[in-house]
Ligand binder design. Structure first.
Ligand SMILES: [Zn+2]
Length: 144
C-alpha cells in the first residue's frame, strides 16, 4: 500500500505530465504526446489503486476503533480482583476472569480451567497461564 507521501508524489507527477501536455507546441511530435498521455494514465491508475487501498485500510481502522471503544466501555462495567477483571452481577464478580494479556489489547477472552498439572487457568487465545487466578460462581448458580 502506498503511503500518503508516495501518493502525493504520484499526483505531482501526473500534474506535471498534464502540464507538459497543455504546453505542447507545434513542435511536439504526436508520438511524444502519446507517450506522455500513456505515462499520465499509468500515474492516474496507480493513484486510483492507492486511494482504494488507503480507503480500505482506513475503514479497517475505523472498525477497530469501534471495537476498542466498545471494549473500553465494557471494561468500565467489569470489576477488578487481584489484577483480574470479571464480569459483574449486582456489582459482584462472577465467572472466570478475562485474560489480562488479551485484555491489554482490548480483547475480552475468559480464562478457562485447564487439566494441566496444577490446574492453572489458561487463555484459549494466547499462551497465558495463571495458577493463582480467582474465579466466582455465576449468579444463577448455587453452590458449593
Ligand atoms: Zn489471552
Amino acid at each position: 500500500m502506498p503511503t500518503f507521501v508516495e501518493m502525493a508524489t504520484m499526483a505531482t507527477t501526473a500534474i506535471k505530465l498534464a502540464s507538459d501536455l497543455r504546453n505542447i507546441d507545434q513542435g511536439l511530435a504526436a508520438s511524444e504526446a502519446k507517450l506522455k498521455i500513456a505515462d499520465l494514465m499509468s500515474q492516474l491508475a496507480d493513484l486510483k489503486i492507492g486511494i482504494s487501498e488507503l480507503r480500505a485500510d482506513s475503514e479497517g481502522k475505523d472498525a477497530e476503533l469501534v471495537e476498542l471503544r466498545k471494549a473500553f466501555a465494557f471494561k468500565g462495567e467489569t470489576v477488578e480482583v487481584r489484577g483480574f477483571h470479571f464480569e459483574t452481577r449486582d456489582g459482584k464478580p462472577v465467572g472466570e476472569p478475562f485474560c489480562p494479556i488479551c485484555l491489554s489489547k482490548g480483547k475480552f477472552y475468559r480464562l478457562t480451567w485447564s487439566r494441566k498439572p496444577g490446574r492453572p487457568y489458561t487463555c484459549q487465545v494466547c499462551p497465558a497461564e495463571y495458577s493463582n487466578a480467582p474465579a466466582y460462581l455465576w449468579s444463577d448458580q448455587r453452590g458449593s
